[in-house]
Design a protein around this ligand. Structure first.
Ligand code: NAD
Length: 322
């Protein structure tokens, strides 16, 4: 069987993470690289191989599947061009910026014969797949969630709204996708936001209600220090608390005597602990089998819809109902 030829657009941090993973996957070949800064693609080629392309068109002519690993605002346009060229597409998060772009890309992806996967890697992280399997045997009543960052200074563009679309698009969106994955569709939300350190809303408190009747509180701060765990989901079930700590471990406390069991993943390498290796393998599986991806274009669209709904709720002071 011939290998799936991978083309990477944007060979910065995450482009290299995926590139390294695919260079070790027997079913894939890193075939083509393109970056608007050619030296970056050349550096990647020296470490993992691949043809350095002088244009996006040249890249599209030399691969079967495209990884969109460029800054947030470019995703819609680049992913659209890749779908229209008949390629399978893996689009890093966020799917798009703004509801109009998200709708347009969703429509394009729906019409595609290829696979379209979105880079919400956390769905594949062992901590979160374990949580999903625990919740499949016990219903969540409510949850308490946080998704913080220490700063918006590194990389420099993380504090630039013209690049990110806003803090919620850059960081928080990962757990917005996660709450849908764990608790199902959101039926209603109320949100508050404020601005302290950066020239944008940088601190958020949101209450989500889900279609299944459960609900959660959700805090997200952009300047909270990198205090461990900067992301955590605590779920409360019948005489039971299940708590994640970043992607390091998950604690499960059942009954009334406060005992708990811990599953820890800290010995796994980061690419596996954070789910990158599994999401990349899943993309190739879907290409080879036609099986729909675990995180598709509709999930990408809905994560953008949640971000925009939270910004709208803050702007108007009104609850958003879905
Ligand atoms: N899923 C995750 O955990 C995760 C982690 C990091 C980044 N990301 C996402 O991946 C994307 C890239 O982030 P990064 O940290 O790798 O950024 P980065 O700045 O390290 O890399 C981006 C690369 O894209 C190149 N580039 C910019 N515009 C381009 C264009 N129009 N065509 C071709 N190349 C272009 C830049 O020169 C740079 O090399 C962002 O959208 C970010 O949100 C996701």
């Amino acid at each position: 069987m011939s290998k799936v030829k991978i083309g990477i657009i944007g060979t910065g941090y995450i482009g290299n993470v995926h590139g390294r993973i695919y260079s070790a996957d027997d079913r894939a070949e890193v075939a083509a690289l393109y970056d608007i800064v050619p030296e970056k693609a050349e550096r990647t080629a020296r470490s993992i191989g691949g043809r350095v392309c002088a244009s996006r068109e040249e890249l599209l002519d030399n691969c079967d599947a495209v990884l969109v690993c460029t800054p947030n605002r470019t995703h819609r346009e680049i992913a659209t061009a890749a779908v229209e060229a008949g390629k399978h597409v893996f689009c890093e998060k966020p799917f798009a910026i703004g509801i109009d772009d998200a709708k347009a890309l969703f429509e394009t992806a729906k019409a595609s014969k290829g696979i379209f996967q979105v880079g919400h890697n956390r769905r594949f992280a062992p901590v979160y797949s374990t949580l999903k399997s625990l919740l499949s045997e016990d219903a969540a009543h409510s949850a308490h969630i946080k998704m913080n960052r220490g700063e918006l200074k590194n990389p420099v563009w993380t504090g630039d709204v013209s690049v990110t679309g806003g803090f919620l698009y850059e960081t928080t969106i990962h757990l917005f996708d996660m709450i849908r994955y764990q608790f199902g569709e959101v039926s209603e939300l109320a949100a508050y936001g404020s601005q302290h350190e950066y020239p944008e809303l940088d601190e958020f408190s949101v209450i989500f209600k889900f279609a299944n009747g459960s609900h959660c509180t959700f805090a997200s701060s952009s300047d909270a220090s990198w205090h461990f765990p900067f992301e955590r989901i605590e779920v409360f079930c019948h005489h039971r608390t299940i708590m994640t700590e970043e992607m390091e471990r998950i604690l499960d406390s059942r009954g009334m005597d406060a005992n708990f069991t811990t599953s820890t993943f800290h010995m796994a390498e980061k690419e596996e602990r954070w789910g990158y290796k599994q999401e990349d393998a899943a993309f190739i599986n879907s290409i080879l089998t036609g099986e729909p991806p675990l995180v598709g274009a509709e999930d990408g669209f809905k994560s953008v819809e949640l971000v925009e709904s939270v910004y709208n709720a803050i702007r108007t002071g009104e609850r958003v109902r879905f």
